[in-house]
Design a protein around this ligand. Sequence first.
Ligand code: SF4
Length: 441
Amino acid sequence: MHPRRPTRQVSVGDSRVGIIKIGGGLPDRHGNPTTPAPVSVQTMTAGYTHEIDTCVAEISRLAAAGADIVRVAVPEKKDTEALREILPQVRVPIVADVHFHFQRALEAVEAGVHKIRLNPGNINDRKQVIDVIQACKAANGGRGLPIRVGVNEGSIIERRDKQKRMKELGAIFSEHKHGYLLAIMITKLEEYLDIFYEQDFHDITISAKSMDAAIVIDAYTEISKRFDHPLHLGVTHAGPKETGTIRSVVALGGLLINGIGDTVRISYANDPIYEVQDGLELVYCLGLRERIGVDLIACPTCGRIQVDLFTLIQDVRKALADKIQLPLKVAVMGCIVNGPGEAEGADVAVFAGDRRGIIYVQGEKVANVPEEQILERLLKECLDFQDKVRRGEAKLGEKKVDIIPPDPIGELGSGFEKIAAHKVDRIGSGGGPTPVTLGRS
Ligand code: SF4
């Protein structure tokens, strides 16, 4: 992982819904240092904003799933009017997504929204942009509201007076496969942001989305070299979740690994709850924020499997989702061949075999139960262990999983004798039973 790119920092929200900081590392407007905020996860509602009750329910559901910020579309005046009733009912910062009609931005600011998104491709009248900037500057009792400037590949418009600059940039980017497109994106951003700078407005985040993962990586990489604003990463119209996941993770993961990106929105043609879940998993996996809830390790199964592990894994995932708030590492392994190695470091682990499961809590065997009791017992052990951690009687990740013979061999009976005959190396000794490490299958 490269270190995070330092940026200016913007704040979204207020004391009632909470304040989410985006980016950081450069001094604030008063010259005070800022610390880079954890990478936040955003999503967007799929329903109509003017259907107030449904919209509130959707926002609340997305916030409960872990969304830090939720964006809503405001294509019509009835949508910005609805914001007045929606905002007091939700507990997460809300962004108004504005296209074509700058008045929607003014109305949303007036309604008390927490951030505005503008598209330079369809709101590009200088006076209109200045009106929105001034409204955002004055909002929030003079503390101001941030604006995201989002130049999507599909909505940028080529303009005659920028041809020269684009040619210059096109030459700079000639080595890029997508050089011309990058030139347009950078040109559009430079032109647009100049209006903001002239108004001494710097509470800006930038996005430059495309449906092509390679363009996304190139565009954000170039933008990160030229602007010091926090970057909102996304692959636009990434498609159905089945393929959009790979497209998004390749692009966003590639950028985040290189220290680029301060907030992410994964977009799927599906329930936005998946955008939140996958966005969170992405930043957790990269260590860009502290995990809330279970870190589930599970084996893919193979010809050694002797329980219905796929069902068990899904049941465990669902059962623990709402009940475990600590970053508890839980391993669900199909057998003891690779199990102990892969589950090393798990706080709670089950190793299955012969229609049974042996459950370990931080290396100590606590149960050997039939398959139909694995879920219930595993859940109990996870909850008990979480309580112990909360009481200060245990620490997460403190002890590793050790398998002590003869238990796994005798109790699971999953063909281990054959495996053990060739792949068990005895290590260490001492007063008690000898621990073993198990060879990889
Ligand atoms: S060897 Fe065991 S732990 Fe590994 S995939 Fe097969 S069943 Fe799962």
